[in-house]
Design a binder for this molecule. Structure first.
Ligand code: ZN
Length: 499
């Protein structure tokens, strides 16, 4: 049985070093995406490769292995148990992967990311294709190392991001979306088009920055424990709950783009800033999962951030900054325009309704990449076909087609479905929240902090010490149920379009 010579404390130096290296790597990644000069990437990739291997070996080594095998679990606290579960998972995942291959892979993805940036900019899929091919090969190889009997390769990848969500459940989920959302979209396309032309006038970037900062503060983003920078692809990064950084992206001729990105990333950041102090800088000191994270960012972006109640206290400030552009636009017109549905090419700019169709395209392609050995060169054409079929639009070039997303370059194959699950989690959470809080009234009165406090109490504070399914069940009283999402979308957009 247990060897009492080891206590959880003996693990601390290893865990501390692991987190320190994790932080160092994230800082370099952050720098690479926001500030580093173009030519820096090659050397940075090499250093990241070395640091990642060092980090890997901090946890995956004979001493740690001996400890975790001999712990007496009954002596551990709930948090320690959760940390131990994570470590065991890391072992399961990475023990099978030789350190050399892991290092090669890290270098490859770092390089592929930079190549993707170049390819997108120059609209040239052919320079990126060989890298993507290698990334896919590595992912399949790694998945094969930990393949279980009842799981397909793509299931293994999916479970890396969202435990226990496999193709079987996702196929059903997307089938339901396809069945309900595509007909709704067709009806909307017949309806009268919403005028949102005032979003695309000339909006001074400095003023936009001022407003985005204002909105982040309003949402409760703590600038003493975070900052906002700019990057090509908005994201959030957290080193601990006292340093959570977001990026956004400004366009002179597109007002909602930066605003909705900021609200979205603030949703991620509020989650991270809300993790309890005793959990931060541990293996369970961040959001519970990708989908749970997306549920928070999308809750703020879509359910809250596109509602009239949210904008009631904020809109006057926006009009004050842009009187020429918005002086004649009422709050109702503004909010209606924020909810305009228009099937288009770019996922990150997609409206709330068609967003999940963009994810469906990626889900189907990932399945083909992993399960059907589709040739990388065929991907652009397949992409375009699916867009034509589901959304009725066709990219004119690969930059707005297959090259638009960063994820695959970084090896994140199996990640996209978590965005759709996040939407579904958010709708389920919202359904329960509405029974306990008068969400609209709170928003109209500028009391968004009470909504965040509710999420902090039920979700944020726990970090990853509880599983997403557990958090969802404790909060809503039932298992994951995507019907709330479909119901929410139908009700909302039938109302917006008066159907
Ligand atoms: Zn997000």
């Amino acid at each position: 049985m247990a060897n009492k010579d080891y206590t959880f404390k003996d693990l601390t130096p290893y865990l501390d070093k692991y987190m320190a290296l994790q932080t160092a790597i994230s800082i370099m990644d952050w720098d690479d995406s926001t500030a580093a000069p173009e030519e820096a990437s090659e050397y940075t990739s090499k250093m990241l490769g070395i640091l990642s291997q060092e980090q890997f070996m901090t946890l995956i080594n004979p001493q740690v292995k001996e400890m975790i095998e001999q712990f007496d679990e009954e002596q551990l606290s709930l948090t320690e148990k959760a940390v131990l579960k994570r470590i065991r998972k890391e072992y399961e995942k990475s023990e099978a992967i030789p350190a050399k291959e892991k290092r090669e892979y890290t270098e490859l993805t770092s390089r592929a990311f930079n190549i993707w940036q170049k390819a997108k900019k120059e609209n040239d899929f052919s320079v990126y294709a060989p890298y993507l091919k290698k990334v896919i090969a590595f992912r399949k190889k790694f998945a094969g190392y930990s393949q279980k009997e009842d799981a397909k390769l793509y299931d293994i990848l999916l479970e890396e991001y969202e435990e226990s969500f496999r193709m079987k459940e996702l196929d059903r989920f997307f089938a339901k979306l396809k069945e309900e959302i595509i007909p709704l979209l067709k009806k909307i396309e017949q309806a009268e088009e919403i005028d949102d032309s005032f979003f695309y006038l000339d909006y001074d970037i400095e003023k936009q920055k001022e407003f985005n900062r204002y909105i982040a503060e309003y949402m409760g983003f703590d600038f003493k424990r975070g900052l906002i920078a700019e990057s090509e692809h908005p994201f959030t990064t957290n080193w601990h709950n006292h340093d959570v950084r977001i990026t956004t992206r400004y366009y002179k001729d597109n007002l909602p783009s930066a605003i909705l990105s900021t609200i979205h990333e603030c949703g991620h950041a509020l989650y991270e800033q809300g993790v309890r102090d005793e959990l931060t800088q541990t293996l369970v000191g961040e959001g519970a999962s990708c989908a749970m994270h997306e549920s928070q960012s999308r809750f703020y972006e879509n359910i809250i951030g596109r509602s009239e109640a949210f904008w009631e206290p904020l809109y006057p400030k926006l009009v004050e900054l842009f009187p020429e552009q918005l002086g004649n636009i009422s709050l109702q017109q503004f909010v209606r325009a924020l909810n305009k549905v228009k099937a288009d090419l770019i996922r990150t700019e997609a409206d709330e309704l068609t967003y999940c169709l963009h994810i469906m395209v990626r889900y189907e392609l990932e399945k083909q990449m992993i399960e059907e050995n589709i040739a990388v060169d065929e991907l652009p054409e397949l992409w375009n076909q699916k867009y034509a079929e589901y959304l009725g639009v066709s990219p004119e070039n690969d930059s707005e087609g297959i090259l638009q997303d960063v994820h695959w370059s970084m090896g994140d194959i199996g990640y996209f479905p978590s965005y759709a699950l996040g939407n579904a989690f958010a709708a389920q959470i919202y359904n329960t929240m509405k029974k306990e809080l008068d969400v609209d009234k709170l928003l109209r009165e500028g009391r968004i902090s009470e909504i965040t406090a509710y999420l902090r109490k039920h979700i944020h504070q726990y970090g990853a010490s509880k599983e997403p399914r557990e958090l969802l069940k404790e909060l809503t009283g039932e298992e994951f149920n995507p019907d709330y999402y479909i119901q929410y979308l139908k009700e909302k957009f039938e109302q917006v379009y008066g159907l």
